[in-house]
Design a protein around this ligand. Structure first.
Ligand code: ZN
Length: 160
């Protein structure tokens, strides 16, 4: 069975950045399971996997526009330190939850200068060219319930 729309793909993957540093990997864990064609994973990886089958191994390089998008400078904002509540001290690199006009979002503290805190709301992998090593472990039809929920049930997916 080949990978096509609405089929469940189980795969092992290793993701590296342009410098060859490993960002994420399923090795040593359960393989990842996702449903092809419904946006469970980034579009560039779906495109590369379409038509592949169990046992196929592939190396894929994905440009930011087919991955997590380009960095957007308007998603970097300066806010007042006094706007943060809680006892935890703000440090550069930490992630904080913020309210945006589109609802709650995760931002990274990218700079602290006096009373000014710079928050970066870009996805951490925005602007990054992604290098995937993928091995297809299994391909099967999704169940009606999985398509209804928009995610895989069982190994590598949701347990509920
Ligand atoms: Zn479900």
């Amino acid at each position: 069975m080949v990978i096509a729309q609405n089929r469940v793909v189980t795969m092992h993957y290793t993701l590296k950045d342009e410098q060859g540093e490993t960002i994420d990997s399923s090795q040593g864990h359960e393989p990842l399971a996702y449903i092809q064609g419904i946006g469970n994973i980034i579009p560039g990886l779906e495109d590369a996997l379409e038509g592949k089958t169990k046992g196929d191994k592939l190396e894929v390089t994905i440009a930011p526009e087919d991955g997590y998008g380009e960095r957007q400078e308007n998603m970097v904002q300066k806010v007042a330190k006094s706007g943060f509540q809680g006892d935890e001290e703000l440090v550069v690199g930490m992630q904080v939850q913020v309210e945006t006009k589109n609802g709650p979002a995760i931002a990274m503290v990218s700079e602290i200068e006096g009373e000014d805190v710079t928050l970066d709301l870009n996805h951490p992998l925005a602007g990054v060219t992604l290098n995937f090593d993928v091995e297809v472990m299994d391909v099967r039809e999704a169940t009606d319930e999985e398509l209804d929920h928009g995610h895989v049930h069982g190994p590598g997916g949701h347990h509920h």
